[in-house]
Design a protein around this ligand. Structure first.
Ligand code: ATP
Length: 306
């Protein structure tokens, strides 16, 4: 089996860049082919070029995982993750513990593989999350924040910028062919895993192995209403709010009168009026999740590198 390691030096606010030489060296010493990405989209191109059946390890955050996933979804290739991003929601969903990168790399290269659900939206794959509406607007606004703002100040700048101009779009939502909502919609989250945005537990009940999408709708909210629900959201206590409803299903369709922004795994998608998301049960092979979640030692391949 071929093992490829794709390292995004821009991930983790420069941390991966600082470690990249050591990571490439360690990967090559373990018999893998190792690559440094040269810019956005490169990881997709690289993982597309990996041979059928290869194990492809993404080193970075959720954006890197998402790009690698785009190159291997629908093939027989296996996704491994060394989470060194600022968010790492995909790795969290897999149950990967906070491991030093050398151990995470060992696990990603040699631990047993397993299957999890693979999700699609408008023909694009996503691993952990799809967010349509408010949170995607905030992500979009953050792109135009002054460059000296980073981390939380950048997020707050974007959040209050969006709140100032907030106008809820009217959306029609159907889950498995049944209309569940028609009216103002603050946001719609379609989740494979419980968290997005770096650990925000928007869908605490989501399970990436249940063959279902977890769907959270935040319906009609005023500006102060948004501000007041944020702390509840951070604690995972938002589901009891009367304007928040949750569903599970295999297909979700949301339609608006005008294009509304959306993100998949934190990466902005082309804006659309219509989003159609579906789950392919156990459609993605990944590495090391269950063993890591149970805190077991990684199960090493008896023949080492192949
Ligand atoms: N060589 C590169 N130079 C600049 N940007 C790159 C390069 N390679 C990939 N990218 C871009 O880096 C972005 C950030 O990567 P990623 O999301 O993995 O890191 P992060 O933001 O630290 O993590 P997280 O999404 O978990 O918060 C991605 O959108 C990707 O397109």
């Amino acid at each position: 089996m071929e093992r490829w390691v794709i390292v995004n030096p821009a991930a983790g606010r420069g941390k991966v860049g600082r470690l990249s030489g050591a990571i490439l060296k360690a990967a090559r010493e373990k018999g893998a082919r190792a690559f440094l990405t040269e810019g956005p989209g490169h990881a997709t191109e690289l993982s597309r070029n990996a041979p059928e059946g290869a194990r492809v390890v993404a080193v970075g955050g959720d954006g890197t995982v998402h790009e690698v996933l785009r190159g291997l979804a629908g093939t027989d290739k296996v996704l491994g993750v060394v989470p060194i991003g600022s968010g790492n929601d995909f790795a969290r969903m897999l149950g990967l513990r906070e491991l030093p990168w050398r151990e995470a790399l060992e696990l990603a290269l040699f631990a047993q593989e397993e299957a999890i659900d693979l999700c699609w939206v408008n023909g694009e794959p996503f691993g952990a999350s799809l967010g349509i509406g408010f949170d995607a607007l905030v992500a979009k606004k953050a792109l135009s924040a002054p460059p000296f703002l980073r981390g939380m100040p950048r997020y707050l700048y974007a959040l209050f910028g969006v709140l100032k101009e907030l106008r809820l779009p009217e959306g029609r939502v159907a889950v498995d062919g049944e209309e569940v909502h028609w009216g103002p919609l603050l946001l719609l989250a379609v989740m494979n895993g419980p968290a997005y945005g770096g650990g925000i537990p928007i869908a605490p009940m989501a399970d990436p192995r249940d063959g279902q999408l977890s769907v959270i709708l935040a319906r009609s909210f005023t500006r102060p209403g948004v501000v007041f629900i944020l702390p509840r959201l951070l604690l995972g206590r938002h589901l009891s709010h009367p304007q928040v409803v949750a569903f599970a299903g295999r297909e979700v369709v949301v339609e608006f009168a005008h294009p509304v922004p959306a993100h998949a795994d934190g990466e902005l998608l082309p804006e659309a009026r219509l989003y159609r998301a579906r789950v392919e049960p156990l459609g993605l092979k990944v590495v090391g999740g269950r063993a890591a979640a149970r805190g077991e030692k990684p199960i090493l391949s008896p023949v080492g590198v192949g």
